[in-house]
Design a protein. Structure first.
Length: 211
């Protein structure tokens, strides 16, 4: 195995959870805004965790909004009942190879644990670093995982679907496998940022790791 440690993103990498997130945000904030909010308006606030998104959208009702979000996120998780095809097998394979597995996500801790429990994937991740309401925190999250697992960036790999993931990984000096297997990911947005590798299917990624 070419890497000692592999760190995964969650939304759009482990599962197609972004549509679920959008739906839960709409149900949570629209009653306080007394109007509909567009998907684009919600996505424009992304970077911080859900708590930070709700703070931006309904600052006067942040606490109630966060409570509502987590309730709707859990109730509506049937929108995304399972991870992407092949993800569980991939994690099982990596675990069997003795690869240390971490997760660094911009999601809040509560929703991350909800989804990992829903997917039956909690057991695979040795360490978990989640988002901050204050703003994007993946650079610190990746560094914390490397420190906690006592491994260098050059021996590790980050796997994520967002253009920003490429930028963060370059800051840390960790190689990135950009993945474009989610319905919400456009590979053409990733290519100009020059990820180390780009994969279109879970199977393609696993085959590459295995050779």
């Amino acid at each position: 195995m070419r890497f000692k440690t592999i760190i995964f993103d969650l939304d759009g990498t482990i599962a197609d959870t972004l549509p679920l997130c959008i739906a839960a945000f709409k149900k949570s904030v629209e009653p306080y805004l007394n109007k509909e909010i567009s998907e684009a308006e919600i996505i424009a606030t992304f970077g911080p965790s859900e708590e930070g998104t709700i703070r931006k959208l309904i600052p006067d009702n942040e606490a109630e909004g966060v409570t509502a979000y987590l309730k709707h996120y859990e109730q509506m998780h049937s929108m995304c009942p399972i991870p992407f095809a092949g993800i569980t097998d991939l994690l099982e394979f990596l675990d069997a190879q003795g690869v240390q597995l971490g997760m660094v996500t911009g999601k809040g801790l509560h929703s991350t644990r909800l989804s990992l429990r829903q997917f039956g994937l909690e057991k695979y991740f040795d360490v978990l670093e989640t988002g901050s309401p204050e703003g994007p925190n993946k650079v610190n999250g990746i560094r914390n995982v490397l420190s906690r697992l006592n491994v260098s960036a050059s021996e590790s790999l980050y796997v994520g679907d967002a253009p920003s993931d490429i930028t963060y990984c370059k800051q840390v000096g960790i190689p990135i496998a950009s993945v474009a297997w989610a319905s919400t990911t456009n590979a053409e947005d990733l290519k100009p940022l020059q990820p180390d590798w780009l994969f279109y299917t879970v199977e393609q990624f696993e085959n590459w790791l295995n050779h």
